[in-house]
Design a protein around this ligand. Structure first.
Ligand code: SAH
Length: 344
């Protein structure tokens, strides 16, 4: 049965019309779902019996059970959720100076195999449904008890490897009768699935796009991000150019600094050359160390020098605020757990 949070507003209108009901039943239903946030159809007490029956016969509520919650000293909260099939995912809420931001997971595990990331240590078990992504926001916000104003699809998984569900999620997150979060407050991040970046360019959404680049040449990128063996840096740059012809939006380039691997002055200069003339800014991410790999965080001085070299070469670069690392809630530290529970 379809998860009720999977369906978009216009699809629900069509559903009611096709079943002999009035279109406005969709508005009523969405109000219960997204504003009142009920947990069952029976609570929707202004729906007529026919509409209620249609809903209960055709849809179910997503099952997302909160198993654990950790609070960081900086106020970041990490939730561990159990899905209906027993798999586990993590979701994070961060307090930023511009509001509360939620980091949503898009897959159980990840197939991209980036060498530095904990999330990909478990291969993809399955894609999340759009409704399971919406449910992460609803359940986390319910517990957090403060308004969430920003969404980043930067949790476990590669959202563009689960493109259709991610788009459906974004549509319901953005819709004024859905979560009603402004498109400019939503960001999807990809490791560089070029055909999907092109597809995304056609969506005519004002949603932000972030690209995890992390290397200034193919040799290095091939080593740390296997996806680069398929889509080279030049292909990613071409996709960025394509996006620029389709939208006026600036792209965020994410760049993790790995000590002595990609953090030297020559890398900054090389990166500036790769990005020359593109409407981008660079979000520099100090590396968060994880147990399985030996990469180390760069020194504060190296980090500052790298940023300065980019700026000297006319590339905007800022550091991403480091949040939640004490509870393993920072970038690259989230993990899925399988039903068998071999991974925590
Ligand atoms: N798969 C998507 C979404 C994940 S976003 C993507 O690759 O963009 C999470 C961001 O954190 C990515 O930029 C990822 O490369 C980065 N990241 C992964 N491991 C990290 C680590 N250990 N320290 C800092 N950032 C990391």
């Amino acid at each position: 049965m379809k998860n009720i949070y999977d369906i978009t507003f216009s699809e629900l209108e069509t559903f009611f019309l096709n079943n002999g009901e009035k279109k406005y039943r969709a508005s009523q239903t969405f109000l219960w779902l997204y504003e009142k946030r009920v947990k069952s159809f029976l609570e929707m007490n202004n729906l007529n019996d026919e509409s209620l029956k249609l809903l209960t016969d055709n849809f179910s509520f997503p099952i997302l059970t909160m198993i654990n919650k950790q609070v960081s000293e900086d106020g970041t909260v990490k939730y561990l959720y159990k899905l209906k099939d027993g798999n586990y995912i993590e979701t994070v809420i961060m307090r930023q100076n511009y509001g509360n931001s939620i980091c949503v997971t898009s897959q159980v595990g990840c197939n991209m195999g980036c060498k530095f990331c904990a999330s990909g240590k478990l291969k993809k078990i399955r894609d999340l449904e759009a409704g399971e992504m919406i449910a992460q926001v609803i359940e986390s916000e319910r517990d957090f008890a403060e308004k969430i104003s920003n969404i980043v699809v930067m949790g476990i998984g590669e959202p563009f490897d689960n493109y259709d569900n991610t788009m459906r999620f974004i549509k319901n997150a953005n819709h004024h009768k859905g979560l009603n979060i402004g498109a400019r407050h939503i960001t999807a991040s990809t490791c560089g699935l070029v055909p999907k970046i092109k597809e995304f360019s056609e969506e005519k959404l004002q949603v932000n796009l972030a690209i995890s680049l992390h290397a200034s040449n193919d040799k290095l990128r091939d080593e740390i991000m296997p996806i680069n063996r398929k889509y080279k840096l030049k292909d990613v740059v071409d996709a960025i150019k394509y996006y620029m012809t389709k939208s006026n939006r600036r792209i965020t380039i994410e760049y993790i600094l790995l000590k002595d691997i990609n953090d030297q002055k020559e890398h900054a200069i090389e990166l500036a050359n790769v990005l020359k003339g593109l409407n981008v800014y660079v979000n520099l991410i100090p590396y968060n160390e994880i147990v399985e790999v030996s990469y180390k965080k760069s020194s504060t001085e190296t980090l500052k020098n790298f940023q300065q070299t980019l700026i000297d070469n006319k590339i905007n670069a800022i550091f991403r605020q480091e949040l939640g690392s004490d509870i393993d809630a920072a970038c690259g530290q989230l993990r899925s757990k399988t039903v068998k529970g071999e991974r925590v």
